[in-house]
Design a protein around this ligand. Sequence first.
Ligand code: Z5A
Length: 209
Amino acid sequence: MKRGKFITVEGTEGVGKTTNIAFIRSWLEQQQIPYIATREPGGTPLAEQLRGLLLQPRVETVNPLAELLMVFAARAQHLAEVIVPALEQGNWVLCDRFTDATYAYQGGGRQMDVAAIATLENLVQGELRPDAVLLLDIPVQLGLERARGRGDLDRFEQEDIAFFERVRNAYLARAKGNAHYHVIDASQPLESVQKDLAASLHQLQREYA
Ligand code: Z5A
């Protein structure tokens, strides 16, 4: 059986991931492509518990290495239980964030050693990498204005603007010259964002055929 495509959706705060993932799902359904939609951190009961621990605001300072290891612990479980079996059964996997988020948030935002992230990536994923990264990009200030209209802030959302500038720069640096990244201008009106997303999805579908 032909392995499915592994597509991830990435971006900083307020880029519209949730809104646009709903659009991608309806596109996949229209094309009658079998798929599963999942998210990181999370995607299994254990990984969702780890997500809760990671996002919960707390008084105790969270050690960046502890945070990084929790992200990859959740990922190992998610890969074994959900992502790899789904791909092997021929499904496309649509994942809300994956390891590019680790390079952006822990590498860029927390300024952790990128080589340590790469070591864990190889250990946890082997050779598995996304076939396409749909990176929704938006100026940080605009994204924060959109996101902060939503109410209570999680532990990451409480970071300052410099943190999110580093996150955005890390994403854009990874995307540069890398053909499997599709950088989409998410500051456009939603209709234009979704037109660009559909163009990327059609390209992927052609490559898969
Ligand atoms: N994290 C990490 O540190 N390391 C890792 O390896 C991984 C994750 C995997 C949880 O992520 C946190 O985990 C994340 C990094 C960390 N940090 N945070 N925070 P998450 O993905 O669950 O959380 P999120 O970033 O808040 O995602 P979200 O809920 O999908 O939010 P969103 O991208 O902002 O999407 P939205 O709710 O669809 O859009 C926000 C608002 O903008 C909403 O009112 C929309 O109606 C509006 N919107 C959307 N598009 C438009 C356009 N085009 N025009 C105008 N308004 C728009």
